[in-house]
Design a protein around this ligand. Sequence first.
Ligand SMILES: [Zn+2]
Length: 918
Amino acid sequence: MITKLTPDIIDQLISAELPDGDGDPVLLEVVTKNMIHGPCGALNPSSPCMSDGKCTKRYPRALVSETITGNDGYPLYRRRSTTDGGKSITLKVRNIDVEVDNRWVVPYSPLLSKTFKAHINVEYCNSVKSIKYICKYVNKGGDMAVFGVENRTRTIDEINQYQLGRYISSNEAIWRILSFQIHDRHPTVVHLAVHLENGQRVYFTAGNIRARAMSPPPTTLTAFFSLCNQDTFAKTLLYSEVPTYYRWNTSVKKFQRRIQGKAVEGHSGLYMTDALGRLYTVHPNNLECFYLRLLLINVRGPTSFEELRTVDGRVCATYHAACQELHLLENDAHWDISLADASNIARPRQIRSLFAIILTTCFPSNPKDLWEKYRDYMSEDILHRLRTTNQVPDIRFSPIVYNEALIEIEDMCLEIVNKALVQLGLPSPNRSINGRFNRDLQREPQFDDAEMGRSVQKNLPKLVTEQRIAYDRIMQAIKSKSGGLYFLDAPGGTGKTFLISIILAAIRSQNDTALAMASSGIAATLLEGGRTAHSTLKLPLNVQFTERPTCNITKNSGIGKILRSCTIIVWDECTMAHKKSLEALDRTLRDLRGNPGLLFGGALILLSGDFRQTLPVIPRSTPADELNACLKSSGLWLHVHKLSLKTNMRVQLRNEASADLFAKQLLDMGNGLMTVDQSTQCITLPADFCKITATADELIAKVFPNLPQNYKNLQWLGARAILAAKNIDVNAINFRIQNKVPGELKTYKSIDIVTSQDEEVNYPPEFLNSLDLPGMPPHVLSLKIGVPVILLRNINPPRLCNGTRLSVTKLMNNIIEATILNGKFMGEYVMLPRIPMIPTDLPFTFKRLQFPVRIAFAMTINKAQGQSLQVCGLNLENPCFSHGQLYVACSRVGRPEDLYVYAPDGKTRNIVYQNALL
Ligand SMILES: [Zn+2]
């Protein structure tokens, strides 16, 4: 139990099925005797579990062919039907033979059941919400029994007749009489007092009242201050870390150095244990005490209450003020100082886009004040332009100048969230004064028909046969207005984007509308006028938990009109989309187009992607969860027409022999056709497929040679990355590489808050800080100038998308300036503010205010999908764990000489779910 239990190994540890009696008759007997619920229901209506004609334990359970993780923290265990290889047994219930199958099995651990031959219900719990049961069962006590005492000779006394009794066996009775422990907790948890100065509870008697008032006994908090005064090592600690090294001596009320445990390196006479310190929680209504606690989890080695609220040598009047000074609190002034930071160094256009980002993603409470305070900085270039074009050097800032700036800001806001400034709390710019009035608010990008036509004429002859077949099929479908669902199956390098671009241009050249979307922001930037599917379709954030999701789009909205009238809807990288997203689009189109009986309301949908790549990411999932989420398991998939691209264009165009073999090997990998060693479940990477390195350090040296000299070259930096399957490896690699970069480290701590105040006591800030979630920036973000970072949100697409890589150029207190490393906007400088981010897959909601970036020397394979690299390193110390990961990682480059792999013994796991490929 030292290693964490992950969903994919549930089946190895917990079973809810009858074991194979031929293989293990002993286990079958134990399970038959102890682990069958009831049977109850119609078979046995008087079973004790029955209430109102229903089983309170929800038996019989549904048959499930694969274990899938449930929403409430409990998985739905695999319970195969008898037709699917499940077993059944015959039991006698009230003297009638009853056939019992896997629906009646209570989840158990084969190992524990065989060892103890008893009823032991074992459950996998993956949610904080189920933790309470650990404490519940310990305190539950022995079994209760209701029994009656009858004296038939006397009249009935109902009160006396029934008594409630607790059954205790002789063994348990002895155990309790001798006061043996009935449970044990490990590690030791030391509760640490939190109180304001002189705010602690003091107990006194009439006799000692004076003495107690003069010098109250120390609490763990005041003792911590005294300790920091005397012990230099303690000065380096947070309050919560003290119990690791010091024992709380309750009789003398002092922290004393531990004399047992592991010796601490570099400190003689200092020992550490695994004891944990936990601060009592404080409700946020108790304002000052709450902020004092927040300081205690952030400030090391304070020697007094006063020193605790001293920041940079200045004593703050309140703990609240000290938290503000230390940037530990979310604060309306935050956006103000961010803009102030930017005003000092950035050009007006950059400040305007920063302001647009703040307006659209950060929801400041005072947008108008911010605008008025910084509008001069945001309009300087406009003023300058007016002065030069009109040759009047003394024009001043005026409403006309500001109006021009507002129009530009509004254009950006429309592009980011499709909202006008009035909707964001700012005055609406007057577009009529300068003739831009009749611009459509929902701006479907304007395309030049003639230009589009010429591009089609030029590129059409370049299509190879299979591309041409796919092109003709789509054009035919458009011509016949037949609608329908098409899927373009296209592995990397087969010219998918090229083909889609011609289709889009052909439609647009005829003045028709084509809607181009992609599942990821990066893929969307590759399509002309492309946007992310999630934001375009206004899908619910937690689409996987919504029963029947629809797109939040009205008929008369801009996007509603486009969906009603467009000739084609293209959805690239569709393999990453959850099936419910496509189902939502289907429902919405049927409604918008007024054709409830027609697939997608009669619209033509072109999906494209590669099912050899990774499937939708479902947190804490099993393979069955991922398969169940992917488009192929949707009922809509039955209607799909498949088009395939197979010819590798790199090979076709450049006739590179190594690329040809490489492309074939990649496909074998993607299709799961590489030979797997049955004993290790590993494949051996072919010698001509990649360059194997001997160590993880050599991998870094190969991918980032001469880093201290090269890292300032953006082209060099943007062309390479190391990929790994797990976040933990990615973090470690990034840490190692960043250490090699010269320069000072700047650290930004996030501000983490539970969105509901009542939950604040259950999820204290130090717990929230400890969460390191995929897709979220870390609580402690440490960066150096020049390091590459990857953006984690679509904050200003297509420039700044989830997945855009940038190189850090300036690290200020409230703003990070960076330059874009890849794509169309390479070399542009942008300003990033801290933005609030709310993860959607936790059992509670909290908000992290942090710069939306992570270091990107290394990144996870899932994050790398859609990124193209010239040099790719792959660290497989921890092998890939999900469908398509190895294929995605290796296909970032086109030639074997650009792929460096560190895999122990050159072997690794290649996970392919054949069901996803069918
Ligand atoms: Zn029952």
